[in-house]
Structures are given as C-alpha cells and as structure tokens.
Design a protein around this ligand. Structure first.
Ligand code: EPZ
Length: 429
C-alpha cells in the first residue's frame, strides 16, 4: 500500500490547477444511464472513484471512450469522456461493486426511470456514519415506485413508468436530490421537490439533464420543479471545478503561509468557507483565472464553524479546517451536523501534537505553536487530506499511510503540492 511522506516547513508559492469536482462528475456520469445517446463530459477528474464508477456503469452496459489529450498532458489529468448507454444490459448493481462507493447506489434512479426496474445493493462508502437510504426509498415511492428489500438489495419496480409528485425531503440530502431529479426527468407529469439540496453539484446535474432535454427549474434553490419528458438525448457538459479541492488547498496555504493561485477555482462555489478563511487570517482575492490565496506574516486566528448543507460550511472541509485550527492562536469550536461520526482525524491529528477534545458533535481545538511530524493513518478521504495539511506545517517528517483514501478524491495531490515548493513524495511499500 502506498504512503505519502511529507517534510513540513515550506511555504506554498505558485499555481495549483483545480480539477473537475468528483462529487459533480459522479452524478453526471450516472445520468448517462438515462439515454441511449452519447453523453460527453468535459473536465472529468482522474480519480479512483471515477474509475470505479466507470466499472459499475460498464456492468449496466455503458460504453465509454476517452477523448485525446492535449500535448504535454499526462494521463492523470482531467479528461473528456464519452458515455453511451445504448442498451441497458443489466439492471442489477451487485454488492461487490456498490459496496466500494456509496454514490453508485444512485444508479437506482435512472435505472428504474428508464427500465422500470432496478436491483441495487445497499451501499458502502467512507466510514463517516451510518448513512441510511430511507430518503431515496420514500422519494422513489412518492414517484410511484414499488420498493422491496431483498437480501441486502433494494428492489425498485415501476413497470408502467414513474409518475410526477410533490415530495418534501424531511432532511436535506445531496444524493437523494440527485436521484429524484434524474428519476423525475423521465416521469409522467410534474414533480416538485421541496427542501432539496442546493449544492453546486445539484445545479451542475440539472444543467446536464436540461442539456439532455429535461425540463428542470429551480436547481440551487430549495424547490426544484421537474416536468417529465418521454425521452432524453445526448449532450455535452463540463464538470464544475472542485470546490472541496479548492477549499483544501486554500487551507493548506493558510496553514503554511505563502501565495498560491488556485487556477480555475470559482469563488461563488464556496463563499462561506472563503469567509471563514478570511476570518482566520488568509487574504483571498478572486481573479480572472481563479482564486489567489495568501497569508504572510500574520498568525492564524481561531474561528468557530458549524457544518451545514450548502450554502453553509461544507462537512467535506471540516477535517481540513480542523487541521488548520490546530495551529491557530486560541480555541476554536468545530461542530459537525451532517454526519455523526466524522471526527476520526482527531486522534491522528493528536499524534502530530494537536490539542483537541470532543464534546458530542463538537471538537474543541486549542491551537498549539508547533506540530511535530509522525506516522499517521488516513481513515477517510477528507480526513486523510487534513493530515497532509497538518504535515505540511509540522516540524520534520510526517508519513500518511493508507493513501488509497486520498486517491479517491484528490487528483495529482503530490505533484500539485511539490509544484508549490512542498516536499511531498509517494512511497510504495
Ligand atoms: C454527498 O454525500 C457527498 N458525496 C459527500 O461527500 C458529502 O459529505 C455529503 O453529500 C454532504 O455534503 C457525493 O457527492 C458523492 P447526503 P451524500 O445524502 O449524498 C443523511 C466526500 O468526502 N441521509 O447529503 O451521501 C445522511 O446519513 C463525500 O466527497 C439519511 O438520513 O450525503 C447524512 O447524515 C463524503 N437518509 C445526511 O443525510 C438518506 O436516505 C446528508 O447526507 C440519505 C441521507
């Protein structure tokens, strides 16, 4: 298993190109199941989760081809990929594929909408909480799907097609909003989703579905209206830049000090997190080509944050922010409201000398003047990158084990950081 060795202490200076967003690419890829024509996606990041979803979609009959790369681009850069689901050959998503990635459960929406049936294993994914699927089931039932649970599989049937309905989410869910938007696009009649997720990835999917011929209004607001159509067609759509990758590198710069241009980053995708970083002492300047992040001289100020659905502070940046706060002047309180078990990085950060105590869903971080490098273990995707951020500022050497978590969601992490002056290398065991 690979590990990453970091020698801390260097300021970050230079340019980091921000990749396409994993969490936007995955639902867009799944949308290809809705049509027999080709869906072309630009800016698809080269990540383990994307490769895994390609395998899962392949099992249902989706062909894919990767467009040529520009000269000088390595094979690990974001790419243009064509997905064609001419014929759905299998409506079952088996346990051995779905258990590796929770988002693959989302195929249930397009499969039942297009084929009238789907048999999808209950999902796996990051170990960050129980993550049930009740909202998917309730929502699909509201659209006229009959659902049974059979041997760890959710069996969805709608032989006469889905029927538009009003569905009020009892809790905001990104995944269930994606799934119901996709399913309702091919339902008969109008669907209104209330208390829908407002994340930029939802807007990206709605843009994609509309480009495929769907009639969706209101994505990005709590009420989404979908007028069902009989058929969807091919389209070409770009994956939005990754706001979590953007926030992560912005926090890394705030941590080490320095001056970095986050190329292609869009400030409108993470306003709240950028405000928090400014409060912590970073200088953030939107430019024509991205976002410039600087911290020179001033120390890191302690800031309290509470995670919330968009436009609140993202849970996917909570671990990284905690990494930053370990070096702040004073105490910060970080409260996690989305997932009940997303503090596994606390113990590992403590190995680097961080002082963090837990009180229920709140972590109290008492900033220390220095961290010291140590071997640490990645536990999930965002937790592992928080250890990288801490390692960049720690004295001496930090080794992050179980790097496969990082490879799920960070494209070319080592190259991007070394390009800005950090000492980061991947070692194979
Ligand atoms: C998406 O997960 C993201 N994944 C997650 O990113 C992100 O942390 C999360 O949204 C919240 O922003 C992808 O986009 C691929 P939810 P998702 O449904 O859709 C509960 C990362 O690191 N819930 O919005 O699975 C659930 O348990 C990942 O990139 C139910 O109770 O999240 C959680 O507490 C990790 N019943 C809350 O809702 C349901 O049926 C929000 O989850 C569904 C969800």
């Amino acid at each position: 298993m690979d590990r990453i060795r970091i020698v801390g202490g260097a300021k970050l200076t230079g340019t980091i190109p921000i990749s396409g967003a994993k969490n936007a690419a995955l639902p867009l890829m799944i949308a290809s199941l809705l049509t027999d024509e080709t869906l072309t996606l630009d800016n698809v990041p080269h990540l383990a989760d994307v490769e895994q979803l390609i395998r899962i979609l392949g099992n249902h009959g989706v062909d894919y081809s990767v467009n040529g790369r520009r000269a000088g681009e390595g094979e690990t850069y974001s790419r243009t990929i064509n997905f064609t689901a001419k014929r759905i050959v299998d409506t079952t998503a088996p346990y051995n594929l779905v258990s590796k990635m929770r988002a693959s459960f989302w195929v249930i929406g397009p499969l039942v909408a297009r084929m009238g049936e789907a048999r999808v294993s209950l999902p796996g994914g990051c170990a960050i909480g129980t993550r049930p699927v009740d909202l998917f089931i309730d929502g699909l039932q509201a659209l006229g799907t009959q659902i049974d649970i059979d041997n760890g599989y959710v069996v969805a049937k709608a032989p006469k097609g889905l029927i538009g309905a009003r569905y009020v989410f009892p809790k905001v869910s990104v995944g269930a909003t994606h799934v119901l938007m996709m399913a309702a696009s091919l339902a008969k009649g109008t669907t209104v989703l209330e208390n829908a997720a407002r994340e930029p990835e939802i807007v990206n999917l709605a843009e994609c579905l509309n480009a495929m011929g769907a009639k969706i209004e209101g994505a990005g607001t709590p009420t989404i209206t979908i007028e069902g159509v009989a058929k969807l067609h091919g389209a070409r759509v770009a994956v939005i830049p990754d706001r979590i990758e953007t926030g992560t590198y912005a926090m890394a710069v705030a941590m080490t000090g320095g001056d970095v241009l986050l190329e292609h980053a869009r400030p409108d995708l993470l306003e709240n997190a950028l405000d928090v970083l400014v409060q912590a002492g970073a200088e953030i300047t939107p430019t024509n080509s991205g976002i410039r992040v600087r911290r020179n001289g001033s120390g890191i100020a302690a800031v309290d944050v509470t995670t919330a659905p968009f436009p609140g502070f993202p849970t996917d940046l909570q671990a990284q922010f905690m990494g930053l706060m370990t070096r702040a002047k004073g105490k910060s309180r970080i409260t996690e409201t989305i997932f009940e078990n997303r503090f596994m990085h606390v113990q590992e950060l403590a190995r680097l000398g961080a002082k963090i105590s837990l009180a229920g869903q709140t972590a109290i971080v008492e900033g220390v003047s220095s961290l010291k490098g140590a071997p640490v273990m990645a536990t999930d995707l965002r937790a592992s990158v928080s250890l990288v951020i801490a390692g960049l500022a720690a004295e001496g050497e930090t080794t992050v084990h179980r790097v496969y978590h990082l490879d799920r969601g960070f494209e070319r992490l080592e190259q991007k950081l070394t390009g800005c002056g950090a000492t980061v290398e991947r070692l194979s065991e």
